[in-house]
Design a protein around this ligand. Structure first.
Ligand code: SF4
Length: 306
């Protein structure tokens, strides 16, 4: 049974998630339900269920939203086609897209205007990549890894590379190497965000000491899934869980030191019962492992600042 717990820092909420949650929270405080949100506001089951209980309705298609309703766009961003459809339906839009995702949208559109075709390194079907691909659907392609780069039709125009913000640092570096082998002159922007980077660095550091790592985060949370993979790549047994209910106590057998972290959309309160349970099982030493101080904050959209 474990005697020591290492807590990754930073872990949990990033600035983009805090902003998106504050946006929806503030809209629900000001307006009668229902308030619609395009896509889950952040990829965390507990957060989304909490908003549902307050009258938020999450949709994956804006045509499901009654004309004239309030709609909040999630932290993951949307394509211009979604914005256009929302305007056609006279929806009252508040955009909670993380500013770091908006930056990828802007650099993508600028690159296309400057004559590039764009390769997006990311996971197909994720809300964020859907929004980014929608910035210039005729001039973009998505690749998940280096092998896929070699398989796509050759690109005739100059190549510009952007990435999803929540990818594994190592896998992305290898995808970019693969792109550079075929397109040596490619202009590359690695858009993995500060929060993803710091959480992965903390896991790598912790992985040197722990026998087991627990990652709190939902299955559809890209950055949470990546944290488990980073630990596994470092040779540590790791499980991703939504909360304490999913822990199998048998995981602790033969474990001296356990590590705990959480994805960028996870409230810290979900970790408290796990820590208390570990103390009850005999953990006597709890050590924070700090790899970075985060001071990033994003202001709310203008409509909500007053
Ligand atoms: Fe923004 Fe990064 Fe947080 Fe995504 S993980 S919301 S890109 S800060």
């Amino acid at each position: 049974m474990p005697h020591t717990l290492l807590l990754a820092e930073p872990r949990g909420f990033c600035a983009g998630v805090v902003r998106a949650i504050d946006v929806l929270d503030s809209v629900l405080d000001r307006e009668p339900p229902p308030v619609y949100a395009f896509h889950e506001i952040v990829h965390n089951r507990h957060v989304v269920d909490g908003f549902r209980a307050r009258g938020a309705i999450f949709v994956d298609d804006v045509t499901e939203v009654p004309e004239g309703s309030r709609i909040v766009f999630s932290a993951h961003g949307v394509s211009p086609a979604v914005v256009d459809e929302a305007k056609r339906r006279r929806l009252r839009i508040i955009d909670a897209t993380c500013p770091l995702v908006t930056r990828v949208h802007l650099e993508t559109r600028k690159a296309v205007n400057d004559g590039y075709d764009v390769l997006l390194v990311g996971h197909r079907g994720h809300d964020e990549t859907a929004g980014t691909l929608g910035q210039a659907p005729d001039r973009m392609r998505i690749v998940e890894d280096a092998d896929e780069v070699a398989r796509i039709d050759p690109i005739e125009r100059p190549v510009f590379v952007v990435t999803q913000t929540t990818l594994s640092m190592d896998d992305t570096a290898s995808a970019i190497d693969g792109i550079r082998e075929i397109y040596p002159d490619a202009e590359v922007r690695n858009d993995i965000c500060y929060a993803t980077t710091n959480r992965q660095l903390a896991v790598r550091t912790i992985a040197e000491r722990v026998d087991l790592l627990l990652v709190v985060g939902s299955a559809n949370s890209s950055n949470s899934v990546r944290l488990r993979e980073v630990a596994e790549a470092a040779g540590v047994t790791a499980y991703r869980i939504d909360g304490i209910d999913e822990i199998d106590p048998a995981w602790y057998e033969g474990v001296d030191i356990v590590g705990l972290t959480a994805g960028a959309s996870v409230p810290d309160e979900l970790l408290d019962p796990i820590i208390e349970d570990l103390k009850a099982r005999g953990v006597t030493s709890i050590e924070p492992i700090v790899v970075a101080e985060e001071t990033v904050e994003f202001r709310l959209p203008d409509e909500l600042e007053v």
